[in-house]
Design a protein around this ligand. Structure first.
Ligand SMILES: [Fe+2]
Ligand SMILES: [Fe+2]
Ligand SMILES: [Fe+2]
Length: 425
């Protein structure tokens, strides 16, 4: 018998199976989040690319679908506008734009089971005429799936640039714009798909794009599950990466909190399976912050009471992003309660004491410690002793005193073995 079983168990003793299609579609909704709804870039590209891939020999429809859902994940540091400028000179002047396929591929390539997806992402801005980036690949050096993604990405750009043109002028624009970007068979397959009855119209509304994405999940990903701890952790770390990209001061925050929660949960005697759930919840705990306007996050001052209320309301939507992923219900409940306070003064539900899941109480302490010891736009990082002093003062009111008592020695020991913090001022 294997002494180190690879499959994680939920506390109810059931194996966690996470559907990769559901997870990557949820991640695409995070990448595409905008304050006012618009047709999602990643969703639309995935919808068109996966359908086109089914007509292109050598392009796996499922991998192409997955790559489409998250292809610009490497663009986070650049800007939230995923409509790429078509002008190559302009792109050449933006180093982060030129490197985003590489950055994205590096991120996705670390996730077990997504290596093929990473290869497609790496090459999704290469052009068959050699004028693409980042490596200037030519012709058949670029995989059919990467060419399909290039085609779909350009179609999305034309739609954003031109509004929603009639089908025939749109097809003309697509043929002109993709010539030299992709091989003729890929362009033919893509334009054939766009000409299928009713399909083009479905690409023009966010509801229809979402329904195509859901049908592709059922058709392409129904039997594709991440089941091992490494596979699931890798997928959830992608969410942590996106969450922590804004502001840059937060880079690494969710992973550091996750690392701390593992040790504190162990020290509290939690079972291995419950500890894994807390780690996963920690990776996801700040997901709701992506809905908070950057102007509030980057404010070089303490927020007013009204602004703080708004931030709390928005951060409470973590659960909405997690709900579409079946199998993560317990993890979502832990993540969604990490801002509750032991005395009932927290949010979103005002839970009290042991009503708050133990995992959430652990994350609350580790999250606060990491936030205090990290630089913020309006203050310097606190040193460990001051951060611990603040935690101890909040013990019994904000924090579970038993968790604080166990966590403090952990923090004292771990301060010398932390991941490096961002140095940006
Ligand atoms: Fe891109
Ligand atoms: Fe894109
Ligand atoms: Fe946090």
């Amino acid at each position: 018998m294997d002494p180190f079983p690879a499959s994680p168990l939920g506390s109810a003793g059931t194996e966690v199976h996470l559907n990769r299609g559901e997870v990557l579609a949820a991640l695409s909704r995070v990448l595409d989040y905008r304050p006012s709804p618009e047709v999602p870039h990643h969703g639309r590209v995935a919808a068109l690319a996966s359908r086109t891939a089914s007509r292109v020999p050598g392009a796996d429809p499922r991998d192409t679908f997955y790559a489409g859902l998250i292809h610009d994940i490497g663009l986070l540091d650049e800007q939230p506008d995923y409509s790429h400028p078509a002008n190559l000179v302009e792109q050449a002047n933006r180093p982060l734009m030129r490197s985003h396929p590489l950055t994205g591929a590096q991120l996705v390539g670390t996730v077990p089971g997504l290596y093929a997806v990473a290869e497609i992402i790496l090459n999704h801005h290469e052009w068959t005429n050699g004028h693409g980036y980042p490596r200037g690949k030519v012709g058949s050096e670029i995989s059919p799936a990467a060419q399909v993604l290039r085609f779909a990405d350009t179609c999305d750009f034309i739609l954003r640039e031109q509004g929603s043109p009639e089908l025939l002028p749109f097809l003309d624009a697509v043929r002109n714009r993709t010539a030299g970007q992709v091989s003729p068979p890929v362009a033919d397959a893509g334009t054939d798909v766009l000409g299928e009855s009713g399909f083009y119209a479905q690409l023009l509304t966010d509801e229809d794009v979402e329904s195509i994405v859901q049908s592709r999940i059922r058709r392409l990903a129904a039997d594709d599950f991440a089941t091992t701890e490494a596979e699931i952790t890798g997928l959830l770390e992608l969410f942590a990466h996106v969450t922590d990209a804004h502001p840059a001061d937060k880079i690494g925050h969710s992973r550091r909190v996750a690392n701390l929660t593992v040790i504190v949960a162990m020290a509290l005697g939690m079972s291995p399976q419950d500890t894994v759930n807390v780690k996963w919840a920690a990776l996801l705990h700040d997901l709701g912050t992506i809905t908070v306007p950057k102007s509030l996050i980057d404010e070089p001052r303490q927020l007013t009471a009204e602004e703080l209320t708004e931030v709390r309301r928005l951060t409470g939507c973590t659960h909405e992003f997690l709900a579409p992923m079946s199998g993560l219900e317990e993890v979502a409940a832990i993540a969604g309660s990490h801002s509750e306070a032991f005395d009932g003064s927290g949010y979103p539900q005002g839970l009290t004491g042991y009503e708050i899941p133990l995992g959430s109480r652990i994350i609350a302490v580790c999250d606060t410690y990491d936030a205090l010891t990290s630089r913020r736009p309006y203050r310097a990082a606190r040193d460990t002793s001051l951060a611990i002093d603040i935690l101890v003062r909040g013990s019994g009111s904000i924090f579970d005193p038993d968790v604080v008592a166990v966590a403090v020695p952990v923090f004292l020991i771990s301060q010398n073995s932390e991941e490096p913090r961002p140095t940006r001022v």
